[in-house]
Design a protein around this ligand. Structure first.
Ligand SMILES: *Cc1c(COP(=O)(O)O)cnc(C)c1O
Length: 358
């Protein structure tokens, strides 16, 4: 055998999401809501009308317009992707060149470093503060000192649930006119500090959004890149022509044409998140915490809660044994806000554990 894989791929392994049978999945920041029946009916109707022998609309025009209407944007500033994940890949692979420096923050979404690695970029990392805050001055200084071509971070952040306020990000943009600033706003529906409206004013700004979290449509695989004309033309030129299939375009258009429903769903998720956070805070302040040992809990700006137990792995394994899957990181645990019943089951299991019943 003479064929050998190149070095950069031999280090990689296929992505493995949490597998196995779990009655409660609070590990992937998905929405716990089902899409309402009347919207499902509209999706079915529009899918039936698809010309399956034809390629999809390369720009997903109707879908873009529906998304733009939800957020009061100009559809000319939006590009659709096969999940925002595909857009991250296209952007990191296409708007940078081999050896370019990309500034990432730590901790942050792990896919950024993965795509940077595949594109053979040099990653520069800035550690966040103890409370997982990014200091805008530090970010600017690090970018300038290292001659970074771009900055990429999630806002608000997965996995920390914290975020950079709009005013801070504007300061960064004012200081770095020559640096591509990519704000992944996958969770910004849960917070109110978006910079999407600034893409004309700041041509170096690129914002990513997704239908996978607040809109409850992770199965569709649909994300959006929002940017000024220069970057939008570049992304549209770089992406593969038929990246968003006709079924997704049809279904998403039907969904996005119901902004009131999306708003109602969002309110339910926020209520669940606040309930989960509040109850964990109560546990932390109660006598049960002598056993549970919650050390740290952050007020979230996302649909998940970051919590640190003294022994995250032990608690993670215990929950897993009880059919509840959350996401465990070395320094903390990430718990997605579930349905009221799912949250109750999680909290009850934690209480049972603290009382020595497990
Ligand atoms: C979930 C998530 C995404 C992925 O979105 P898709 O549109 O489903 O690909 C992107 N960025 C962050 C930070 C996420 O947590």
């Amino acid at each position: 055998m003479t064929y050998r894989l190149n070095d950069k791929v031999t280090q990689l392994t296929p992505y493995e999401p949490g597998t196995g049978e779990f009655s409660i999945r609070l590990d992937a920041n998905e929405s716990f809501l089902q899409i309402p029946e009347h919207i499902l009916e509209e999706m079915k109707d529009s899918i039936e009308k698809i010309a399956f022998n034809r390629y999809p609309d390369p720009l997903a025009t109707e879908c873009l317009q529906a998304f733009a209407n939800v957020h009061n944007l100009n559809a000319d500033h939006v590009t659709a992707g096969n999940g925002s994940d595909e857009l991250i890949s296209v952007i990191v692979g296409g708007l940078f060149q081999k050896g370019d420096k990309l500034l990432l923050v730590d901790p942050d979404f792990s896919m950024y470093a993965f795509y940077a690695h595949v594109a053979e970029l040099e990653v520069v990392r800035l550690s966040k503060s103890k409370d997982y805050i990014i200091d805008p001055e530090d970010l600017v200084e690090t970018a300038l000192q290292n001659n970074c071509r771009g900055i990429l971070f999630s806002n608000p952040c997965n996995p920390t649930s914290q975020g950079m306020p709009r005013e801070d990000l504007i300061r960064v943009l004012d200081r770095l006119p020559d640096t591509l600033v990519i704000a992944d706003e996958a969770y910004m529906d849960f917070w109110d500090q978006s910079v999407m409206d600034l893409v004309e004013e700041y041509p170096q700004l690129l914002v990513l959004r997704t239908c996978s979290k607040a809109f409850g449509a992770a199965a569709l695989r649909l994300g959006f890149a929002v940017a000024g004309p220069m970057i939008t033309t570049a992304i549209r030129s770089l992406k593969s022509p038929y990246n968003v299939n006709s079924l997704t375009q049809a279904a998403a258009t039907a969904l996005l044409r119901h902004p009131q429903c999306l708003k109602k769903g969002l309110a339910k998720i926020l209520a669940s998140r606040d309930e989960l956070y509040g109850r964990l805070q109560e546990l932390k302040d109660s006598s049960l915490n002598q056993q549970l040992k919650i050390e740290y809990l952050l007020k979230p700006k996302t649909n998940f809660v970051l919590v640190r137990f003294h022994d995250n792995v032990e608690i993670y394994d215990m929950l897993k044994d009880k059919g509840i899957l959350v996401r465990c990181f070395p320094r903390f645990m990430r718990i997605t806000a579930g349905s009221p019943e799912e949250n109750r089951a999680l909290l009850q299991t934690l209480m049972n554990y603290a009382e020595g019943l497990i």
